[in-house]
Design a protein around this ligand. Structure first.
Ligand code: PLP
Ligand code: ZN
Length: 420
């Protein structure tokens, strides 16, 4: 927080000094998402690549000068960050590009990208001396908040659609959260959570409302660039629901560019499901993102099912400012991408995570990637989060298993057919 200079409303550009804002711009209500701004000249004097390289803390707190927190010791007792960036040369070859990397955020403590934002949320809640923290979520942000709260004994109340995958609900219950299952959509859960937070004075982590969430999510961009020795890739693929992740990645890249640590900002490609493609439509048709009404969202990729993306202003800017693109993939393409990615890389992703792989393949087919380019795609959630969707993939592919009596004779028959 030392280097945070102010915050800006992304609708009216009004600025707010530190201590003058809590969540959104009062003139624009829940839509008035703020962007946190830093004093980069001051950061440069204090924070260098050399200092960073010498820091043994591999968690997101290694980037503290560019994070909006006072005291990281208030944070969760679970390490967040430092996920692997896998080099996929054989797949790069097949796609006809120079380099392909997979950033696997399914390996964070609660098995999704959302731990990055929730780590900031629990510190901010402690700074605000909040008794209770709350969030609405399609499931992963909730599980992240819930798990990190459990690690530090922080009370929390969670609103999720009752239709959220069982594994995500199980995480919430195991971590001891007070869980409110909403008979409705994520958008309904979001509105209800806002009302409850206002009524009871709870600290609210909601995506696209709490301005600090993009700041946690940007740490993924910091890690990608650090792992690539500060040679920024040409393109990064991110799946998009509310748009907070892609906005956060953009923010991280802008920070690094301002600090002079990278010399270009990659094109950001947002991947949406065909049935939840608000951002794609707005971008393609050049629509006004502030006034465009919500749509009905329906996709198997529950984590990116968002009728009215709450962080749409930052998401659209991420794509437009970097001359990137939005791309849509069908539910079948998403489902097929789960085993395809798992089989080729050993990374098992949930539908929203595998959607980026479907997006990379589609972009390569459409000629959106050049032969000399290096591309990163992010897996945002573990496949163990949603086993039902993964098992649906069996219907689309030739994957099969064999059931036998415990006899070697039957096994031999099968093995001879398999031509191993
Ligand atoms: C696994 C996963 N991928 C992608 C997303 C999309 O992130 P955003 O809603 O910030 O666009 C989410 C959000 O819940 C998620 O859980
Ligand atoms: Zn405003």
């Amino acid at each position: 927080m030392k280097y945070v200079s102010h915050a800006v409303c992304l609708i009216c550009n009004k600025t707010f000094e530190k201590g003058e804002f809590e969540y959104v711009c009062p003139d624009h209500g829940n839509e008035g998402i703020l962007d946190i701004r830093y004093d980069y000249d001051a950061i440069k004097k204090d924070f260098t690549k050399k200092k960073l390289a010498a820091n043994r803390d591999l968690s997101i707190w290694r980037y503290k000068p560019v994070l909006p927190v006072e005291e990281t010791s208030l944070g969760p007792n679970l390490p967040v960050g430092n996920t692997p960036l896998l080099n996929l040369d054989a797949l790069a070859n097949q796609l006809g590009i120079n380099k392909l990397y997979l950033k696997d955020d399914g390996r964070l403590p609660t098995a999704s990208f959302k731990d990055r934002a929730s780590a900031i949320a629990v510190v901010k809640a402690r700074e605000a001396r909040a008794k209770v923290v709350t969030t609405a979520s399609t499931g992963n942000a909730a599980a992240a908040l819930s798990g990190l709260c459990a690690s530090m004994g922080q009370k929390n109340v969670i609103f999720v659609p009752a239709s959220a995958p069982q594994a995500k609900i199980a995480q919430l219950l195991m971590f001891g959260s007070k869980v409110i299952l909403v008979d409705g959509t994520y958008d309904d859960a979001f509105d209800l959570c806002l009302k409850a937070a206002n009524e009871y004075g709870w600290y609210n982590r909601n995506t696209g409302y709490n301005p600090y969430m993009s700041e946690g999510k940007k740490t993924c961009a910091f890690e990608i660039c650090e792992q690539l020795d500060w040679q920024a890739p040409d393109v990064i693929f991110v799946s998009v629901g509310d748009g907070c992740i892609i906005g956060g990645i953009h923010k991280g890249l802008k920070d690094l560019f301002e600090l002079g640590w990278i010399d270009k900002i990659p094109r950001l490609t947002g991947v949406q499901a065909e049935g939840s493609s608000y951002m794609y439509q707005a971008w393609k048709n050049n629509e006004n993102i502030v006034t465009k009404p919500g749509i009905k969202a329906q996709t198997i990729a529950d984590s990116i099912s968002a009728g009215l993306p709450r962080d749409r202003i930052k998401a659209l800017d991420a794509v437009k400012a970097t001359k990137g693109a939005f791309i849509i993939v069908s539910d079948e393409e998403i489902i097929r991408a789960i085993p395809d990615l798992a089989e080729k890389t050993g990374v098992f992703a949930e539908p929203a995570g595998a959607a980026t792989w479907a997006g990379v393949k589609k972009a390569a087919q459409k000629g959106m990637l050049k032969p000399d380019e290096s591309v990163v795609f992010i897996n945002t959630g573990s496949g163990l989060k949603d086993i039902n969707s993964a098992m649906k993939a069996v219907e689309f592919t030739d994957m099969k298993y064999f059931r036998v009596k415990p006899s070697m004779g039957e096994v031999k028959k099968i093995v001879s057919d398999l031509q191993l």
